[in-house]
Write a protein of this length. Structure first.
Length: 386
């Protein structure tokens, strides 16, 4: 059965069923009214009305809980709680002390459906009504101590859950806003840098093209010189653009380690990651290749493996052709569907080969293991796994 995240409303029937089951578990404490209806010696008419009232109470209570965190009008919720408390009082006065437990649910619904500024009054209020009725109902004082504390604790605990849900929703909205602003800022930076790179070159090419056009009839030698200048400027502009684009696309291992931590934590995968490595002396191509390897491995762990644990190692090893930098990613999942390497691993092997490295990816006894190796450079010393 699929679950739902804290602060996230059910998006499908499976998530609704999960929330309904989790909420319905606590209805087990309504066993006292149920036993009273079955063996309390009430008349048939009283039993029928009692069953109907109990069913209505449960439906009303569940509806209030399912609206936790929504922007309902507080007045409407207060009226619903008042109706719920009134019905509970009538049932306790007419059917007996076993029905006093309904006020525990009234207090919990108060904490769940109302903001703290109101719940701090309604939860003690529901508990006070419970205590007052316990003094009136026959033998109700025997249940007083067993119900007052759960009513107070349950009600105020639900206020904490409500505030936690509201905070979680706000954090998700802020995170989405920050990501959107970061994307906009990156687009602006790219546009600004491309303008700075190409503005001067394109202006110069346009100017020299116009000059060459005017010189061509009478001074073809000077026109040819202008065309040669245009070629030189355009080639340099092409080099500048390639360098800029490669700089934007170059992956950094420290950034990928941070991204792996965020992705694995969000997926609920326990992780063991190395600290930010010192890559002094490591060629940029080697670092970029390992960064892409880490990204592909973490993506496979999150999307396909179903793993609950992932261990990432990074260390240098001696080799006949010089030291190599080794990245290992091992999880305890299934390794994903299919019997052979996918397009991602195939492309990753090609990328590592271009950087002078190798890739190993295979199932192990308890999961799947990926090992990527690249030349580390003569002066590098990354260290062992953290």
């Amino acid at each position: 059965m699929s679950g739902i995240g804290l602060g996230r409303r059910p998006e499908n029937r499976g998530q609704q069923a999960a929330k309904l089951l989790w909420t319905g578990i606590w209805l087990i404490f309504l066993s006292a009214p149920v036993d009273d209806l079955l063996d309390g010696g009430h008349s048939p008419a009283a039993r029928v009305l009692g069953w109907l009232a109990l069913a209505g109470f449960v439906v009303w209570y569940m509806a209030l809980l399912f609206r936790t965190g929504r922007a309902d009008r507080d007045g409407r919720v207060l009226l619903s709680l008042a109706a719920l408390a009134t019905g509970s009082a009538v049932l306790a006065l007419t059917l007996g002390r076993q029905w006093l437990v309904l006020f525990v649910y009234v207090a919990i619904a108060s904490g769940a459906a109302l903001p703290l500024r109101l719940a701090r009054w309604t939860v003690p209020g529901a508990t006070a009504v419970l205590a007052a009725l316990a003094l009136v109902v026959e033998d109700g004082t025997e249940f007083l101590a067993a119900l007052v504390i759960p009513a107070l604790l349950g009600g105020f605990a639900m206020t904490g859950v409500r505030e936690l849900i509201r905070t979680t929703i706000a954090l998700r909205e802020v995170r989405a806003t920050v990501a959107h602003l970061a994307a906009n800022e990156e687009r602006l930076r790219l546009a600004r840098d491309l303008h700075d790179l190409l503005g001067h070159s394109l202006s110069l090419i346009t100017l020299k093209s116009e000059l060459a056009g005017r010189m061509l009839p009478g001074h073809p030698d000077k026109a040819a010189q202008q065309v040669a200048d245009i070629e030189q400027v355009s080639r340099q502009a092409l080099v500048d653009v390639r360098e800029a684009v490669s700089g934007y696309r170059r992956a950094r291992l420290s950034a990928e380690l941070a991204g792996a931590r965020v992705a694995l934590t969000a997926a609920g995968v326990g992780l063991d990651l190395p600290a930010d490595p010192d890559l002094t002396g490591v060629p940029e191509e080697s670092e970029a290749a390992l960064a892409w390897a880490l990204r592909e491995a973490v993506t496979n762990v999150v999307r396909h493996s179903g793993a609950r644990r992932c261990v990432v190692g990074l260390l240098t090893r001696p080799a006949p052709d010089g030291p190599v930098l080794e990245l290992s990613v091992e999880d305890n999942g299934s390794g994903g569907p299919g019997g052979g390497p996918g397009n991602g691993l195939t492309g990753l092997a090609e990328r590592l080969e271009k950087a002078g490295g190798t890739l190993e990816a295979h199932r192990v006894r308890d999961g799947f293991r990926l090992v990527a190796r690249v030349p580390a450079g003569a002066d590098s010393d990354v260290g062992s796994r953290a």
